[in-house]
Write a protein that binds this ligand. Structure first.
Ligand code: 13P
Length: 336
């Protein structure tokens, strides 16, 4: 592993005007998305759908990298071209989700801990062989009157840090994703407090495991009111509080922050990112702020395609459109 390679990859992932396409849904999760638009969760349908996404002409103008699920990095498009080769032609770096999912944390009343460390070193070596340049691991933190517990925050932060260290050892940039869930009736103030605490724990553990901050990307949730909160905060407040949180927790040498969309509407996700980048100009923040959205990039693609091959081109255009708007937002140049 050379630090300069990690640094270069991380910088390229978050270059101004570029973001990351998350398309690493596990087979059950992509199945839910496909079912919602009347498509069966077969291997052929998954390949067809992911061919539309990655085959979108010009996607590399706005997307620096895409996060794949294990099966996709091994598969070929509907035309028989291995997905990693198509991505290389498109100028999109292959990334890979390497966690094996959020499982029940023992003795903790339904909180989750993300698993996948066993055998990870060997799996990473295999992914390097497939051309992967970066990885993703997602921890989920739920909020209610009793959650999150300290046990949940610590277990997840520790796992994220061990994952990140293994990635860097293998020459892969870790995307470190601690997602504070939007589900619940909590206020934006509670979201702020929990997100600050979560990120503090994460950076403490990353530091203890010797992870190089300049060779990683943080993928956080925004500081936002819960979906069932009676008075949800507006765009300016979400942007302001998210930046305030990041300033308190993220070391300046981290090259970039690539947000998840976490159940926000497509338009909200774009506006929040845009407003943050506009505010960032005044604050001279040290990191690039961009997107690593799954749902907020894919919703319209699925709606348009609905399994109909005749709609594939139109579905691609829907992706390109959303990617372009988010790319503008990553420069603070989007106008609603
Ligand atoms: P959403 O943008 O749909 O939240 O997904 C991002 C992601 O990669 C979740 O792990």
């Amino acid at each position: 592993m050379t630090l300069s390679t990690l640094r270069h990859t991380a910088k390229t992932m978050v270059e101004p005007g570029q973001g990351i396409l998350a398309m690493d849904e596990s087979t059950p999760t992509v199945g839910k998305r496909l079912k919602a638009v009347g498509v069966d969760n077969t291997e052929d349908n998954r390949v067809a759908y992911r061919t539309i996404l990655l085959g979108t002409p010009g996607l590399g103008d706005y997307i620096s990298g895409a996060i794949l699920y294990d099966e996709t990095i091994r598969q070929s498009t509907t035309d028989g071209e291995p997905f990693p080769e198509l991505m290389q032609r498109q100028g999109i770096m292959p990334g890979i989700k390497v966690d094996t999912g959020a499982k029940d944390l023992a003795l903790s009343g339904g909180e989750k801990v993300t698993e996948g460390l066993d055998g990870l070193r060997d799996r990473l070596a295999e992914y390097v062989g497939f051309g992967a340049k970066f990885c993703k691991w997602r921890a989920v933190i739920a909020i209610d009157e009793e959650k999150p517990s300290r046990a949940c925050l610590e277990a997840n932060a520790h796992a994220l840090a061990r994952y990140a260290a293994l990635c860097q050892e293998a020459g892969l940039v870790p995307i470190v994703e601690p997602e504070v869930l939007i589900n619940g009736a909590h206020t934006i103030e509670t979201s702020f407090d929990v997100t600050v605490e979560t990120q503090r724990q994460v950076f403490e553990q990353l530091y203890r495991q010797g992870v190089h901050f300049e060779g990683m990307i943080l993928k956080p949730s925004m500081v936002i009111s819960g979906t069932d909160c009676p008075q949800r905060a507006g765009v300016e407040q979400v942007a302001e509080q998210t930046l305030r949180c990041l300033q308190q927790t993220v070391p300046a040498v981290v090259p970039g922050i690539a947000f998840l969309s976490g159940g926000q509407s497509d338009e909200e996700a774009t506006q929040h990112l845009n407003t943050m980048n506009q505010m960032a100009r005044e604050l001279s923040l040290p990191w690039q702020l961009t997107f690593s959205y799954a749902r907020a990039l894919q919703n319209q693609v699925l709606e348009t395609w609905r399994g109909d091959a005749a709609k594939a081109e139109q579905a691609s255009q829907a992706l390109l459109h959303r990617a372009k708007l988010n790319a503008l937002a990553s420069r603070g140049e989007y106008t609603p």
